[in-house]
Design a protein around this ligand. Sequence first.
Ligand code: TXA
Ligand code: MG
Length: 319
Amino acid sequence: MAIVAATSENIDRAATLLRKGGVVAFPTETVYGLGANAFDVNAVARIFDIKGRPSFDPLIVHVLDDAMLRRVVEDIGPQAAALIQHFWPGPLTLVLPKRSEVPDLVTAGLPTVGVRMPAHPVARALLERSGMPLAAPSANPFGRLSPTRAAHVERGLGDGPDLILDGGPSPVGLESTIVAVDLRPALLRRGAIAAEDLEAVVGPLERPPEDPANAPLSPGRLPQHYAPRTPIRILDFEPVPSAERAEAGALAFRAAPAGYAAVRVLSAAGDLREAAGRFFESLHELDLAGVTRIDAEPLPERGLGAAMMERLRRATFSA
Ligand code: TXA
Ligand code: MG
């Protein structure tokens, strides 16, 4: 299969594939992305095809530097500039007015484009050597758990991508935070950078509703998302009877509950950053553990805890 180690030679091979219209899965600090040349409509169409993604969901475009950013976006206001200065390269996506050269297929016809400058050395080397902005959603089948390892990509997408670059586990483990910078900046998706940290730079953000069932169906806000194949519910472990525990898996925050068939603890120290790094990984493992249900303990609703809760709620939501 097409998993290869992210050596210098293989990054060159990937860059060549991308220049020829190929689709390559690569590591970023957040999760693995499924990338193609953002200006090549046919290559971008293959991304949708491989993911089984509805084409109304726009993609994030990854850029190496300021020069590459200018090829994608029209203008950058003072608030976007301040966020860029503080948080790039890193796990923040900004939704900005797009240049006309960016195909409508990338943005689902929106006049804006989501862009981010990744920090991961493999992603950066790939951007540099291919010389082009890369449109890349998370490299998972539509609606499923995001991949934080090359093996997750292979399990989900099989031989869909032309190549999967293995750069080890994604260090952050949670997708980028998405902010639309209009007159008033708005938080479109909670993620790897806590909303509170962004607000320290640009002031109050418009916040999305906590319950995705009440969220409007705007791009990127589909209620069912990030879901393991195993049914999942969010609840305190305490009242769950032992008969129910025996067949179920548990996603715990700090302490392992007794009696579950499989347990993953996100952070014994109660560190939300460490927990985020293990979040998707743990869900992938529980999903493969042969349990009939996953019980997830509620996490503190602040910072990265709020970002993980948003994903858990979407995973539990069934339309
Ligand atoms: O960390 C990440 O952001 C990862 C890595 C690979 O960079 N990418 C990622 O992409 O999570 P994806 O496609 O799975 O999620 C991107 C979200 C989508 O839900 C999409 O609707 C939203 O970003 N989005 C992209 N462009 C947008 C735009 N112009 N307006 C509003 N939402 C947008
Ligand atoms: Mg995704």
